[in-house]
Design a protein around this ligand. Structure first.
Ligand code: NAD
Length: 271
């Protein structure tokens, strides 16, 4: 890949696993210095950092460090943003990816799940954007990529807090896109704020739902049942495919692609 992100710094929340890890790897491959963030055991975190580092090449490319911080805690987010800025000077690319899921009918949803899903999937993006966007505006280049979901565009039952958080994330991203649309120039790349809205992607997040759809059969049966229900392509996306779109959004020529919510869902939301 060309090193078009050489000299840029990216923070990817929840990049110790799944889609976030794939995005961190692709950004490092494009030359960015990457702040990996997320939870996990020491071994998981070390493995994630090593796999992102392995993508960087050339002097100054792919410098990588892990930052902690529980996104349910606004104070921890404040410290995270300060620590990343101290390390890198700037945050040019902010990917709000961390997210959790819990499925249950609304009346049976534990209220503490509502609190944690809204805090991690939506509230944390408000806090990171609040910190990062003014400095991006000052430099004339910035990218905010929020990993929403098809559930930011359409609903499914038994996911009330998740759907609320993702619709909220799509709406908040549009508002921020408008506020920052006129900063920078075509040459500097401008400030853009977009959502990527995946359908089913092969990551640990959806394993409980695959399990719930097995109906006594194999894991593959569970995957087929999930896809048949909602995703007309009948194919899961891979995290690397979501990451490829995220990297495109960072390019200068994407300066006018802002305020959008891009589905990568095999036709789910076309129905
Ligand atoms: P994942 O479970 O593999 O990764 C989630 C990441 O979030 C991990 O790094 C984890 O450490 C981090 N995280 C969770 N709780 C945290 C907390 N309290 N504080 C800090 N970090 C925390 O999940 P994934 O499937 O890669 O999901 C990434 C994003 O993509 C989520 O926002 C999810 O809603 C969205 N998404 C996933 C799918 C899918 O099918 N997998 C579909 C649509 C949208």
């Amino acid at each position: 890949m060309d090193g078009f992100l050489h000299g840029r710094c990216a923070l990817v929340t929840g990049s110790t696993s799944g889609i976030g890890l794939a995005i961190a790897r692709r950004l490092a491959a494009a030359g960015a210095r990457v702040a990996v963030h997320g939870l996990g055991t020491e071994e998981q975190i070390a493995a994630a950092v090593a796999s992102v580092q392995a993508e960087g090449h050339g002097e100054g490319h792919g410098e990588v460090r892990h930052f902690g911080g529980d996104l349910r805690d606004a104070g921890a987010i404040e410290r995270l943003m300060g620590a990343v800025a101290d390390w890198s000077g700037n945050i040019d690319i902010l990917v709000n990816n961390a997210g959790i899921q819990h499925t249950a009918p609304l009346a049976e949803m534990p209220p503490e799940k509502w609190d944690s899903i809204l805090a991690i999937n939506l509230g944390s993006a408000f806090h990171t954007m609040r910190h990062a966007l003014p400095a991006m505006a000052g430099r004339g280049y910035g990218r905010v990529i929020n990993i929403a979901s098809v559930h930011g565009l359409v609903a499914s039952k038994e996911k009330s807090p998740y759907v609320a958080s993702k619709f909220g994330l799509v709406g908040m991203s549009k508002a921020a896109a408008l506020e920052y649309a006129a900063y920078g120039s075509r040459d500097s790349g401008g400030i853009t704020v977009n959502c990527i809205c995946p359908g089913w992607v092969e990551t640990p997040l959806i394993e409980p739902q695959i399990e719930a759809h097995r109906g006594g059969g194999s894991r593959d049966d569970g995957v087929r049942a999930l896809l048949a229900e909602k995703q007309p392509s009948l194919r899961m996306s891979l995290p690397e495919e979501i990451a490829a779109l995220a990297v495109f959004l960072c390019r200068r020529e994407a300066h006018n692609l802002t305020g959008s919510a891009i589905p990568v869902d095999g036709g789910w939301t076309a129905q």
